[in-house]
Ligand binder design. Structure first.
Ligand SMILES: Cc1cc2nc3c(=O)[nH]c(=O)nc-3n(C[C@H](O)[C@H](O)[C@H](O)COP(=O)(O)OP(=O)(O)OC[C@H]3O[C@@H](n4cnc5c(N)ncnc54)[C@H](O)[C@@H]3O)c2cc1C
Length: 638
């Protein structure tokens, strides 16, 4: 039995412990301040912040305000622009608070004239950051006034992590400088010089801007498939693209990071100084350890490449291709699978780019796989007889890209007809002198027109085409995904796991962009980074994209459940594995380890050390499990 005195000592100990939170400077139950409460900063204090950021403090209306008669911005023409803009990723990126997926802003102001329009789902104030001191002023203000802090660059985030209600937001879109190092780069306070070209690029740069300057220098950078994504969010969690299977993830190319810490210091992190930041901010999540101002990233000499594209029909063919994919991944080839495998004829398009390969090398690699594919549905006997490789008329390198749009469309129709009979005829091959040309083919996935109007995509044949509509853009989107290794793809349960991750309305957008380069990144600095270790064995990221229109919350709840079910189906094949935190279901079970694996505990330690006041928060980000969002108010859990 405890004596009364010991019991009371224990009780007071418990009271002390339970009033603590893992954040050294936050109490359990403590909440961020809300507008219209006495704790919210006064107009005078906001005016001081405005002066500190040279006038760049905005109080924006919700993006769709021009469509609502109650708004000062109401106008039919402006509303038409908004409605069109909602379908365009670049439009969202140019707006200080807009994000692309409406299911994450509480449907608080939609382009349709019906329904309310409030800032309820959006930040209240925005610092339009143009220099480091703007970012510092915003971070200091949020910390000192206990205000919820948001970071928005482009608003692409599939987990809704760039929009937070009742917050002060830092809009990094205009942190877009670029400084090139043509031959070597020397990290600050390191006694080393890293050979090869590099660029110091502001974190708000979109990849199209950096790639454009790289191309002008006959260089290439590891970027993603979509040119309007910015460096900040992409590099924070890894970032993969057509070059990753050969050269590693985006985060593996980072040589140095300039940032503002949660305590408001402006620092530079690299392999010699501020190494915890350097490790954590390359893969350990955005909006967690600070605001990245700029990254120095490696640039590589542009390479000739081959791209190949073909079609699959149904689960047996898809599963077969997955079992073969490691042959491509382990020579540095990367690609994508697009389609609706659970709908109609189950057509899925695959595309691949193999940097450094000639067409003959590519044929030697892929033809035997196609021969195997042909046997599955008896689509054709093996070999390249009539209707085969030559008669597809598309095995002619870049010459075909100069054809007229009509000829292109005729070619495509013919290929589709032939494809149903003949596997080889479904395949187009292109050899490109530069990576820039290869990217145009790889990322313009016109056959399924998932990136918008197929005619314009065919005619343009350029990366600009991918700036247009993306499935679900401006409406609702949730992604379910998992990372699969070569071994996973050989498991007998593969087909079942994939089939369990789709219904008729769900699109497959599988990034098969991992391989030898992500397993052993050739240019990674500092001995490692915080990227999910599952990337180091993965060869692909099978993904189910749920997209729908409307604002019905019952539909949202149903889709949320489906995303959980689909994720678990993927996970059943590789329960010890994980997924990519930028392209996954926000409520993935045990997201901590699913997104960061065995790195999670170290990341959490760093978070508690560098951000004792919990200045940075985002959904399913490191350290967010100790917060709860009470209808827009962020509080430390009791
Ligand atoms: C159409 C489309 C195509 C995509 N294609 C690819 C692809 O090919 N490969 C790939 O890897 N990913 C891809 N993604 C996913 C993409 O990497 C993520 O959506 C990423 O979060 C976008 O980053 P952002 O900075 O552009 O967007 P935002 O939504 O503005 O930011 C994303 C997150 O990063 C944080 N953040 C942004 N900037 C900073 C900063 N400077 N410092 C600290 N935190 C910051 C934000 O707070 C937020 O949490 C794609 C996404 C879309 C919508």
């Amino acid at each position: 039995m405890l004596s009364a005195a010991s019991f009371s000592t224990l009780l007071s100990l418990f009271t002390v412990v339970s009033s603590l939170s893992p954040y050294p400077k936050l109490q359990a139950g403590q909440c961020k301040n809300l507008p219209n409460t006495p704790e919210w900063p006064s107009d005078v204090e906001w005016a001081k912040l405005k002066t500190a950021v040279k006038g760049r403090l905005l109080k924006p209306d919700p993006p769709a305000a021009p469509c609502h008669s109650g708004s000062n911005l109401f106008s039919v023409e402006a509303c038409e622009d908004v409605t069109k803009g909602f379908r365009d990723s670049a439009w969202h990126a140019r707006h200080p608070t807009s994000n692309m997926w409406q299911n994450y802003n509480n449907y608080s102001c939609m382009p349709g004239a019906s329904g309310a329009c409030t800032t309820g789902g959006y930040p209240i104030y925005v610092v339009e950051a143009k220099e480091a001191s703007d970012v510092k002023a915003a971070v200091d203000f949020a910390r000192d006034h206990n205000i919820r802090l948001n970071i928005k660059s482009t608003g692409h985030d599939f987990l809704g992590r760039s929009v937070q209600p009742n917050s002060l937001s830092i809009w990094t879109h205009n942190l877009n400088t670029k400084t090139w190092y043509p031959t070597t780069f020397a990290p600050q306070n390191c006694n080393i010089s890293i050979p090869g070209a590099a660029v110091r690029a502001g974190a708000g740069n979109r990849w199209s801007e950096v790639s454009k300057e790289a191309r002008a220098r006959n260089l290439m950078v590891v970027s993603g498939a979509f040119s309007t994504v910015s460096l900040g969010g992409f590099l924070s969690n890894g970032g993969h693209g057509g070059l990753s299977a050969k050269y590693g993830l985006g985060a593996d190319q980072v040589l140095e990071i300039d940032l503002v810490t949660p305590m408001g210091e402006i620092i530079t992190a690299n392999e010699c100084q501020n190494t915890d930041y350097f490790w954590a901010m390359r893969g350990g999540g955005g909006s967690t350890y600070g605001v990245a101002l700029a990254y120095v990233i490696k640039a590589l000499p542009s390479e000739r490449s081959v791209t190949i594209r073909g079609s699959l029909y149904g689960w047996d063919e898809i599963t077969y291709w997955y079992t073969q994919w490691s042959k491509i991944a382990m020579v540095g080839g990367g690609g994508y699978f697009d389609g609706y495998p659970a709908k109609g004829d189950g057509k899925v398009t695959w595309s691949v780019a193999v940097p450094g390969f000639s067409r003959d090398q590519a044929h030697a690699l892929v033809d035997p796989i196609l021969d195997g594919l042909a046997k599955i549905n008896g689509r054709q006997p093996t070999g390249y007889g009539s209707g085969g490789r030559d008669s597809s008329g598309d095995d002619d390198g870049d010459r075909s890209s100069s054809r007229s749009g009509d000829t292109d469309r005729d070619e495509e129709k013919r290929r589709v007809r032939l494809a149903r009979r003949n596997v080889h005829a479904s395949v187009s091959w292109h050899e490109h002198e530069t990576w820039e040309e290869a990217e145009k083919w790889l990322y313009t996935r016109s056959e399924l027109s998932v990136f918008g109007d197929p005619t314009s995509a065919l005619n343009k044949r350029s990366t600009e085409a991918t700036e247009a509509t993306f499935p679900g853009m401006g409406t609702n989107k949730i992604i379910a995904s998992w990372l699969y290794s070569a071994e996973d793809n050989q498991k007998p349960g593969l087909k079942q796991a994939l089939m369990g991750a789709f219904d008729e309305t769900t699109q497959m957008l599988n990034d098969a962009t991992m391989g030898i380069g992500t397993h052993k990144p050739p240019h990674m600095r500092g001995g490692g980074n915080a990227v999910n270790p599952a990337f180091r064995t993965a060869i692909m990221r099978p993904a189910s994209e749920l997209q729908w229109t409307g604002t019905d919350r019952t539909v949202l709840a149903k889709k949320w459940k489906d995303a959980d079910k689909f994720t678990e189906s993927y996970r059943s094949l590789a329960p010890q594995g994980g997924t990519y935190a930028n392209e996954a279901f926000a409520d993935t079970r045990d997201w901590q380890h699913a997104f960061w694996g065995s790195n999670y505990e170290r990341l959490l330690d760093i978070k508690m050390k560098v951000d004792p006041y919990g200045v940075f928060y985002c959904r399913s980000c490191v350290g967010s499990e100790f917060f709860m969002d009470n209808s827009g108010q962020l509080c430390v859990k009791s």
